[in-house]
Design a protein around this ligand. Structure first.
Ligand SMILES: Cc1cc2nc3c(=O)[nH]c(=O)nc-3n(C[C@H](O)[C@H](O)[C@H](O)COP(=O)(O)OP(=O)(O)OC[C@H]3O[C@@H](n4cnc5c(N)ncnc54)[C@H](O)[C@@H]3O)c2cc1C
Length: 242
């Protein structure tokens, strides 16, 4: 049994060039209240705020949650939407794992035996950008029934220059809605495009029927609502800044 709590280097939040680096042992509470994170990548703070309740956020860490890889966890969709990367460390050295390759199945990651997650890295969005995290939950503090994290940027002509859509609780792992992103990127965003992306994102999911949070069909409908709302909010925010 190895306790990582005394390793102070794993508890740091730093800015390096155009990246934010968050140590694996940084608590959700510290992330939620970090001025640097709120200023540079507010989506991350917003996601932290959606996790469990204050007690859970005081104990839970971003690295523990990502390594645990719960398909309904809140960090997965955020990690994917921002196309972050994970730095794994072992006695053999370090390696970077892109978010697209991090989750390998339910409660499974690309971390190998002997490796720990040292930190996660996120590129700081530039230009007119907006974000949103929409989580449907049965009751306050619950894991998601369905959730969508959206990060987007607009170019000077108002076209979408970056879009990341990460989905939670609608597959055996957190997933990126790649086809939905393709409906939006490079375009002037309209209500029709948002609806098409939400439909497409819902088709990319593979939820399972569950006695507690509902049927697969219900979750597919819920994720459509999450994507639509998150895209609309993120776009409005970015448009307000452009
Ligand atoms: C009541 C309750 C409600 C919750 N609600 C939510 C919620 O709404 N949304 C949500 O996303 N989560 C939720 N969680 C999960 C919680 O936020 C934590 O993420 C989770 O419990 C993991 O806790 P931890 O960070 O202390 O990691 P640990 O429990 O210490 O570790 C989890 C796993 O990851 C491994 N691990 C930990 N750190 C590393 C590392 N650096 N490198 C490699 N492996 C590592 C451990 O060995 C273990 O297998 C909830 C948990 C509880 C108990």
């Amino acid at each position: 049994m190895i306790d990582l709590r005394q390793i102070s280097s794993l508890k740091k939040i730093t800015e390096k060039g155009s990246y934010l680096l968050i140590g694996s042992m940084v608590s959700d509470r510290k992330i939620e209240s970090s001025r640097l994170i709120k200023e540079k990548i507010p989506l991350i703070a917003a996601v932290a705020n959606n996790i469990g309740d204050p007690q859970v956020r005081n104990r839970g860490t971003i690295g523990g949650s990502l390594s645990h890889a719960d398909p309904s966890g809140d960090w997965g969709p955020c990690f994917l939407a921002l196309r972050g990367s994970a730095v794994a460390v072992s006695v053999k050295g370090k390696r970077e794992i892109n978010s697209d390759h991090f989750f390998t199945g339910p409660f499974s990651t690309a971390l190998k035996e002997g490796e720990i997650l040292e930190k996660v890295m996120f590129q700081i969005p530039s230009g007119a950008s907006g974000y949103s995290y929409i989580k449907i939950e049965r009751k306050a503090g619950d894991f998601a029934t369905a959730s969508a994290a959206v990060q987007l940027s607009l170019d000077k002509q108002g076209r979408c220059s970056y879009i990341g859509i990460g989905l939670g609780a609608v597959s055996d792992r957190s997933i990126r809605a790649v086809k939905a992103e393709k409906k939006v990127v490079g375009k002037q965003i309209t209500d029709d495009i948002i609806s098409e992306a939400a439909e497409s994102g819902s088709q990319e999911t593979d939820p399972y029927d569950d006695m507690i949070r509902g049927s697969a069909e219900f979750k597919r409908e819920m994720i459509k609502i999450c994507i639509k709302k998150a895209l609309t909010e993120a776009y409005k925010m970015a448009e307000g800044l452009s």
